[in-house]
Design a protein around this ligand. Sequence first.
Ligand SMILES: [Mn+2]
Length: 276
Amino acid sequence: MLTPIKNYPALIHKQKGQKNLIISDLHLGWELNLIQKGIHIPSQTQKIQDELLQLIDITEPNKLIILGDVKHTIARAGLVEWQDIPKFFKAIKTKVDKIEIIRGNHDGNLEPLLEPTIKLHPSSGIASNAVGFFHGHTWPAKQLLECTTLVMGHVHPTISFRDRIGFRITSPVWVKAKCDAKKLADDCLRRRRPKSNTKQISTSQKRQIANPKVKQFLIMPCFNNFLRGRAINKKQAGKSYRGPILRSQAIKMEVAETYLLDGTFLGSIKQLRGMG
Ligand SMILES: [Mn+2]
């Protein structure tokens, strides 16, 4: 069972009496990138750490699962990250013993920053019975296609509204989208094949996914409060959804439902299109 935590960009996933806390997209160290542009913002890692520790106190999970993009620099780990990230996980570990991370596109060279007890999974994700978790910048693993719900990060979805004077508000949102299970499985197999052979999917390959079941996608808001994200209701946003999965027709993004962190239903992306 999946339950969003009111007023937090986080989920509880309960399974067999175990309680997993799910968050995504920490982007620790993003503010370091601004230094190159002459803007100095002190490290925000401590604040994010405090928020997460508070959330762990409230929810008391058995395990923390992060759906990718723990850090911000993509391929390497900067000097500050060498200090900040191990310290961050050391603090989190005092409250929750089990930590698992699904690698995001920003998590290159993350391994040396993690202590050996933290499990690092590939970005194609992990399946836990009916629910699959993956980062979202690339296709999910085949076994996830047999889950009924897939949860992903990567998009940092927000909705923005602008009034006539130009005031704009932007809020992080949850996105719940319906999915055509068979089409997703077909697209997933097609994209994973070598390019020379993209048109036909052999019967033997189809057999590898006996029963595609993915009915819905849940896209998580970004855990990093400072980063927010991109307004998915901008006029042209539909053409630039992040990642190949959302651009595949299998996921019905235009009619996807959006919810504020307090649970308020805003409407479908289509209804909100152009308001930002
Ligand atoms: Mn990402």
